[in-house]
Ligand binder design. Structure first.
Ligand code: SF4
Length: 327
């Protein structure tokens, strides 16, 4: 049984202070991942700061962007009129994640902070550099079917498990965070990090910082976007490969494109070179196939996940075809 203190914070400032005044304290909101991690002895915070009373649940249109509070529930965001109208890609990605029960508990901030689902990370009898730096990586030579093909290091080949974050990186979102020194904004693409030689660090949040909201700038992708997720079973499973695709079409010509993948890297994987290759081209399967080839450049498979090198480009093409209404 882990002993820990429990404290409620009613404001962002109080929450940040509560964390700063205690070593190894953590925020808790929905708890859909953190409680599991505590039950399995993977993490043992000395204090939990409950942030559920802080008024950070709003979803609102502001000047040229939609702001989503960090404590907005995944289910509420997915069903919100503004999100369905303006960013259906985000709604689809959210509904592809977890189960209805979990989406009713999980918050946007918590979704971003969830940890990898690598089996070795969850089994404390096995080595894992992310759980215990320096202990080794069980997945490198082990069962690595679910693992990354982009941006891996010799220390860690885990993938980020979120669907929501794949859509948010494609939508060029920004993360507003608050810390002891005030607020700052982090481009979504820079929020999660690659493992490098510090796989224990999932993101670029600094000490005692808290996610306040996510901001999505207005765009012209509402009519032509699609989130496609391939997984081992039809629901309540993490992605083998997923793709967020969004197009801004002028007739049949692609004016703008956004592409990101999930299930392939330690962070939501934006495909900027493939996006560039789409611009100015006709929205055809051949164009999409060429972009998918570019997208997969640099991918490296391990013993059991080589299938992702074939699955990846096929999912990109299918997601783009759906986005362009070619199916
Ligand atoms: Fe741990 Fe990363 Fe290796 Fe999985 S892939 S065992 S999370 S170090």
């Amino acid at each position: 049984m882990i002993q820990f203190q429990y404290e409620r914070a009613a404001t962002t400032k109080a929450a940040v202070n509560a964390l700063a005044n205690s070593s190894n304290a953590k925020f808790i909101a929905g708890g859909t991942n953190l409680v599991d991690l505590m039950k399995r002895n993977i993490t043992a915070p000395t204090k939990l700061v409950d942030i559920n009373q802080i008024p950070l649940k709003d979803i609102q249109q502001q000047n040229g962007k939609i702001s989503i509070g960090a404590l907005a529930l995944n289910s509420r965001v997915a069903e919100h009129k503004l999100i369905i109208e303006k960013h259906p890609l985000l709604s689809q990605a959210l509904n592809a994640g977890a189960s209805p029960q979990i989406r009713n508990m999980a918050t946007v901030g918590g979704n971003m902070m969830q940890r990898t689902r690598c089996h070795y990370f969850y089994d404390t009898a096995l080595p894992c550099n992310k759980r215990e730096p320096g202990s080794g990586c069980g997945a490198l030579e082990g069962l690595n079917r679910m693992h990354a093909v982009f941006g891996t290091s010799e220390q860690c080949i885990a993938v980020h498990p979120s669907d929501m974050c794949v859509a948010l990186v494609a939508l060029d979102a920004t993360v507003l965070v608050a810390g002891p020194k005030g607020e700052r904004r982090i481009p979504f693409e820079e929020f999660h990090r690659l493992p490098g030689n510090q796989p224990e660090k999932d993101n670029t949040l600094q000490n005692n910082e808290m996610i306040v909201s996510v901001e999505i700038p207005d765009n012209a992708f509402g009519k032509n976007s699609h989130y496609m997720k391939v997984r081992d079973r039809a629901s309540y499973a993490f992605a083998l490969v997923s793709v967020a695709a969004a197009l801004n079409l002028d007739g049949k010509v692609i004016k703008e494109a956004r592409l990101a993948m999930g299930g392939v890297a330690h962070k939501p994987w934006r495909l900027k070179e493939a996006e560039k290759a789409l611009i100015g081209k006709p929205a055809t399967e051949e164009t999409f196939r060429q972009a998918a080839e570019i997208a997969m450049q640099g991918a490296k498979a391990f013993k059991y996940n080589a299938f992702k090198l074939k699955l990846g480009p096929n999912v990109i093409v299918e997601a783009l075809k759906n986005a362009a209404n070619l199916v």
